[in-house]
Ligand binder design. Structure first.
Ligand code: URA
Length: 237
């Protein structure tokens, strides 16, 4: 890999900025000044220093974010804060959210630059389960449980796949539920409840495949995935 790409990938600067740093002798490779920006380096083997500080190469990064309401599941947005704006301590510049949560939805969002893992988690044929906690206005009933288990019409070509609805409580006209769906249609949870005449007033994703939201993360907080969590996620395909 070229030295300038190595440094740019690790967020030291843009490709042209890192070329300048190399020219200004701010970068060393194995203790020596490099021959130029195009010098080949081997990640994990060569020791690269920028301003005397080691720059180790990270190929993939994985973060679990507890998405807060009010930010969008995008990399950039002209008007609104994005989930990527919340990830301050990142090495890679090519991170993206795996799938989308609505602007007002909270909870588990995986942020990575691993395109293969993302594809495998989102591919429609894989039916990766996603579990949501929701507060719903109105009384969610056993009839709704049965309808969701059969699959319902939300205005798509096909009915939804069977989904598991658990009623947790119902007080003062507000039901608390958990719903596990095996697909990820646009606004799916809200549309499923709308189809039975109810409105989702709060929605939070609590798991995706084998990955569970760390309940010590407050909305807006994130942490790197643990090695075993990455393995678990990769193990499902
Ligand atoms: N279903 C929804 O309606 N919204 C989300 O953000 C996720 C699932």
């Amino acid at each position: 890999m070229r030295l300038d790409k190595y440094l740019a990938d690790m967020g030291i600067g843009t490709r042209s900025e890192v070329k300048q740093y190399i020219r200004k002798r701010l970068v060393t490779v194995n203790g020596a000044l490099p021959t130029g920006a195009q010098q080949k380096v081997e990640p994990g083997h060569d020791q690269i220093l920028y301003r005397g500080e080691p720059v180790s190469y990270v190929q993939y990064e994985y973060f679990m974010l507890n998405k807060p309401g009010g930010c969008v599941s995008a990399v950039t947005d002209r008007d609104c804060r994005t989930v990527l704006d919340l990830i301050a301590k990142k090495n890679r510049k090519d991170l993206f959210p795996v799938g989308r949560l609505d602007k007002d939805t909270e909870g588990l969002l995986l942020i990575t630059n691993d395109g293969m893992l993302s594809h495998n988690l989102l591919a429609p044929g894989k039916h990766i389960p996603k579990t949501y906690f929701a507060r719903v206005s109105g009384e969610v009933t056993e009839e709704d449980v049965a309808l969701f288990a059969e699959g319902i019409d939300i205005g798509e070509k096909k009915d939804t796949l069977p989904a598991e609805l658990k009623i947790l409580s119902c007080e003062e006209g507000i039901s608390q539920i958990e719903l596990t769906i095996m697909e990820g249609k646009f606004h799916q949870v809200k549309r499923m409840f709308a189809a039975v005449g109810k409105e989702v007033i709060y929605l939070k994703r609590i798991s995706m495949g084998a990955l569970k939201l760390d309940d010590t993360l407050a909305p807006g907080e994130y942490r790197p995935l643990r090695e075993e969590e990455i393995e678990l996620l990769k193990g499902i395909y």
